[in-house]
Design a protein around this ligand. Structure first.
Ligand code: NAD
Length: 475
């Protein structure tokens, strides 16, 4: 059945009026499965006006009542998890288990947001002066917006609106136009959970909608996640318009394997971190730095595991689904062509993977003898492509990571506590794993990278997320 997504404003589905729309694909079938309306500036402005009208009542409500809405929302999402995971896999392509994980990681943040009465408490000093007590409070900042990428259509919206709405803000979500199905359902479930109309609105759209959010003076803060060029664009635009902004960008996450690492564990973890969700994860490990003399053995073992990964329809029993669109699939394949042309050795070649049907298939790919000046190393590929660089020392490995333009996540594999400790202190990356391949912080910590992986000062969810959507006041 072909879907035609509209917008969700003030508690109801609102038909788009722009006459512009974008196709949505089922990447496993390689077919258009629906369309999504692309909002005009005035449609975005109407949604912002609805959020503005809802703000006084919602922010004035006592925090435990807002927490109750979050608890109800959590149980509704859990009750609908299978339905949401199927929509997600059909629009994104990732396997059902990964879609369930996408939803669960978002729910982790909703659980954190359920503790909002505690999280917004201020401080108090009795007798700071003669007859004077001093106390601090945090207040919701107002209407805020979230602009999200295609790769986690459940988790990333929940990172943002979960915390923002719990603090008392009202929210405009502009999801990726590639897979808006889950964000639309989440907005309906938030209404059912008891959030009044206008508290969570979804406007679908492209650059025009993003520009309208940036320009509208009623939007006080914008949280963005996507590729670095657009992150930087949104960051600059919001700064010019005097808005608070956090803009998370792309990544190239290194796994550093020292000679004393538990090889079996490292290989298992790296294979999952490189090829899970077809590498379309901002925390995927896409570059391995093998500190000799282990490279030959390591690459052979990764090759064996990579060749066992079954690529296919994410809603059946495949291990890895297709890429999100044909355009993206071809872009990733062009990086493989470039790596081969530059002289890297293709150990496992995903370009000719055989899968029934016309999906946007690309199998796991493994490169050896990658050099630091090759495009497959310098740039984010965002697909199932793993590059191995061989170095002789820990110091060389550290230098490579620290010189890279991105600094989202990294993981070191070693049994040497001293080396691990040195690494955690010396590496210029925002999220670090020690024998943990994908070091995504728990929801009560904050998520965010360094360098070109984040424009702005604050990270998502956790205490920094609460501070991002609130303002401090001292009385
Ligand atoms: P994208 O940058 O293409 O899109 C992100 C959002 O920006 C979407 O809502 C999109 O509609 C909007 N957008 C696209 N082009 C725009 C333009 N010209 N002007 C204004 N807005 C525009 O990213 P994507 O392909 O959806 O997602 C993949 C990227 O997201 C990767 O680079 C990945 O690393 C990154 N990502 C980063 C994190 C993180 O936390 N650092 C997490 C997930 C994904």
């Amino acid at each position: 059945m072909s879907k035609a997504y509209q917008h969700f404003v003030n508690g109801e589905v609102v038909q788009g009026t722009s006459g512009r729309s974008s196709d949505i694909y089922n990447p496993s079938l390689g077919e258009v499965s629906g369309t999504v309306s692309l909002a005009t500036t005035s449609e975005v402005d109407s949604a912002i006006a609805a959020a503005q009208a809802a703000f006084p009542e919602w922010s004035g409500m006592n925090p435990q009542r807002r927490a109750r809405v979050m608890f109800k929302f959590k149980s509704l999402v859990e009750a609908h998890a299978d339905e949401l995971a199927l929509i997600l896999s059909e629009e994104h392509g990732k396997v059902l288990a990964d879609s369930q994980g996408d939803i669960q990681r978002g729910l982790d943040v909703i659980e954190f947001a359920c503790g909002i009465p505690h999280l917004m408490k201020g401080e108090y000093t009795q007798g700071a002066g003669p007859g004077i007590d001093v106390y601090s409070m945090r207040q919701a900042i107002g209407v805020v917006a979230g602009i999200t990428p295609f790769n986690f259509p459940a988790m990333i919206p929940m990172w943002m609106f979960g915390v923002a709405i719990a603090t008392g803000c009202t929210f405009i979500l502009k999801p990726s136009e590639k897979d808006p199905g889950v964000p639309m359902r989440l907005a309906e479930l938030m209404l059912e959970a008891g959030a009044p109309p206008g508290v969570l609105n979804v406007v679908n759209g492209d650059k025009e909608a993003v520009d309208a959010i940036i320009a509208n003076p009623s939007v006080r803060a914008v949280s963005f996640v996507g590729s670095s060029d657009i992150a930087h664009y949104v960051y600059r635009g919001c700064a010019e318009h005097g808005k608070r902004v956090q803009a998370m960008g792309g990544a190239k996450n290194h796994g550093i394997i020292l000679a004393d690492a538990d090889m079996q564990q490292a290989v298992q973890d790296i294979t999952g971190a490189a090829y899970g969700s077809a590498g379309e994860r901002c925390m995927a490990i896409s570059a391995i730095i093998a500190v000799e003399p282990i490279a030959d053995k390591l690459i052979e073992k990764i090759k064996v595991r990579a060749l066992k990964i079954k690529t296919g329809d994410g809603t059946t029993n495949a291990d890895m689904g297709p890429l999100v669109t044909k355009v993206h699939r071809d872009k990733v394949a062009s990086y493989i062509n470039a790596g081969e042309k530059d002289g890297a050795k293709v150990v496992v070649d995903g370009r000719n993977v055989e899968v029934a049907g016309d999906g946007f298939w690309l199998g796991p790919t493994l490169f050896d003898h990658v050099k630091p000046d090759m495009s497959i190393y310098l740039e984010e590929i965002f697909g199932p492509v793993l590059s191995v660089i061989r170095v002789k020392t820990y110091d060389e490995a550290l230098k490579l990571v620290n010189n890279h333009q991105y600094g989202n996540g990294t993981a070191i594999f070693t049994n040497d506590g001293g080396a691990a400790r040195r690494f955690q202190n010396e590496v210029e990356v925002g999220m670090v794993g020690i024998n943990v391949p994908i070091p995504v912080p728990m929801a009560y910590f904050s998520f965010g990278g360094w360098k070109n992986s984040l424009f702005g000062d604050s990270h998502a969810h956790g205490t920094e997320g609460v501070h991002f959507f609130t303002r401090g006041k001292v009385v």
